[in-house]
Design a protein around this ligand. Structure first.
Ligand code: HEM
Length: 453
């Protein structure tokens, strides 16, 4: 059972519940505004998901308590239960017991020492894509970022043995799949997803194609060789205590988990960064100055990244304002006490990094894009518990370093050569789906001239 803090926190009911539906309508229609308003109600706020009751944890210290006791507050609740049905027991959805073993086996694939190798594959993709950009063309930057991050995760997973057809197939299926997963996560009764609508058929087809192409690729994979890619470490991962390896089914589930966890999340933070930089030209010029000083017009390599701290602050700030994982849930496996609230086993607990990131109690002028709030001396004033974009505890994002390397390479590579300008008057409206997207993001690419540098 988790330890009870001395102070009993206020527990409030979220306003506007309807009979049967509970808060399903605001959660579906305007979830971000709904969630961001709840911290003002209390540290723990009761929300109704259709007929089920849940508590949104608004206080970051209590969120940390939940995240650090992953045995009591296990993956579960409506969000993860539905995803698990669709993706199986991958790392992101597995329960505490299964997860402990999986994480031990998968961690080596994400060691810092592996990142330089992954960065080489990332760089090949980035260089190839940027070479195809046309000066003056207006294009959907979000679609471009999602396509690029999908290609990068597929190629770093299967660098050694995947053909172009399979890369394209996975790239096409992923967005249909993730869109459908979110609709199923928030549906109060789960009836709509069973109807033979065109959207449901597209989703079922994408799911089947995704599983089949992953199966083909895994079957073709040769074990006992290290190709320097993620798959090599998954196929060869051995538990040092028991000598056990991941079974073929487990590898399949991990691949789905990594594809889902590693594509839209990183694509979104890049899209938001380009949008925010366009809205804040001073920040963009500072980024250009840093990138020019370090890169002088060339594309970045892994060893350049530590010399571009402003670029990292831009990403951190974009993630604060638009955290890819904007709403998460847990389910208690035993009776627990959270902020003085008694929770029976099976209680649903929700938390939203979006709501925490916009809470003026933790961030001065929270709506403002201010990368310098992450300068070490200023960041020291932000409670550590409120710095949560990648989660915390044993379920913290396994791909956090991978994501940062990828996003930094992409952000600085684009900024080294291109200025992306939004269409006049256009303002992205956040689309909270499985992750927090900009939606279509029309921007025009202007090549930066050597004279600027
Ligand atoms: C900016 C990009 C990313 C963000 C913001 C992000 C965020 C997160 C967060 C908050 C969690 C914890 C979820 C929870 O506590 O319920 C998580 C878990 C996870 N992420 Fe990421 N992620 C990103 C990129 C990636 C990448 C690139 C990969 C794969 C290469 C990845 C794979 C995973 C996996 C497998 C988990 C489950 C970890 C576990 O439970 O042990 N993520 N991510």
């Amino acid at each position: 059972m988790s330890a009870a803090p001395a102070v009993r926190r206020p527990v409030a009911a979220a306003p506007g519940a309807l009979p049967l539906l509970g808060h399903a309508l605001p959660l579906r229609r305007s979830p971000l505004a709904f969630l961001a308003a709840l911290p003002a109600c209390g540290d723990l706020v009761e929300v109704r998901l259709g007929p089920r009751r849940a508590h949104l944890v608004c206080d970051p210290d209590l969120v940390q308590q939940v995240l650090r006791d992953s045995r009591t507050y296990d993956k579960g609740g409506p969000l993860f239960d539905k995803v698990r049905l669709l993706t199986g027991d991958g790392l992101a959805t597995s329960d505490w017991e299964v997860h402990r073993r999986q994480r031990r086996l998968m961690q080596p694939a994400f060691q810092v020492s592996r990142m330089a190798g992954y960065a080489e594959v990332m760089n090949e993709e980035i260089a190839a894509v940027l070479a195809g950009w046309t000066p003056g063309r207006t294009f959907d930057v979000n679609a471009a970022m999602q396509a690029m991050t999908a290609r990068i995760i597929v190629r770093t997973l299967f660098a050694a043995q995947i053909d172009e057809r399979a890369v394209t197939e996975i790239q096409q299926c992923l967005p249909v799949f993730t869109r459908g997963v979110y609709r199923r996560m928030v549906a109060p009764f789960g009836l709509m997803e069973r109807l033979p609508t065109p959207a449901n058929r597209r989703f079922d087809q994408a799911l089947a194609r995704l599983h089949s192409v992953i199966e083909r690729t895994i079957t073709a994979y040769r074990a006992d060789a290290d190709h320097g890619d993620l798959m090599s470490t998954l196929v060869n991962a051995t538990d040092s205590g028991t000598g056990e390896r991941l079974t073929p089914d487990e590898i399949h589930e991990q691949v789905v988990s990594l594809l889902l966890g590693g594509t839209e999340t990183t694509g979104n933070v890049l899209s938001w960064s380009f949008h925010l930089l366009d809205e804040n030209p001073q920040a963009r010029e500072r980024l250009f100055a840093e990138v020019d000083e370090v890169l002088d017009g060339r594309l970045p390599v892994f060893t350049d990244l530590s010399r571009m701290p402003y670029a990292r602050r831009v990403l951190t700030e974009s993630l604060r304002l638009y955290p890819s994982t904007w709403l998460l849930s847990r389910s208690t496996t035993a009776p627990a006490t959270l902020g003085g609230l008694e929770l029976p086993a099976g209680s649903i607990v929700l938390f939203s990094f979006y709501a925490i990131g916009r809470d003026a109690r933790h961030f001065t002028d929270p709506e403002r894009f201010d990368p310098d709030r992450w300068l070490p001396e200023r960041a020291a004033g932000v409670p550590r518990s409120a710095q949560l974009s990648f989660g915390a505890g044993s379920r913290k994002c396994i791909g956090d370093q991978f994501a940062l390397v990828e996003a930094l390479l992409l952000l600085t590579a684009v900024s080294s050569r291109w200025r992306l300008r939004g269409a006049p008057g256009f303002r992205a409206v956040p689309e909270p789906k499985a992750s927090l997207s900009t939606g279509p993001l029309p921007m025009t690419g202007e090549p930066r001239s050597p004279g600027e540098r």
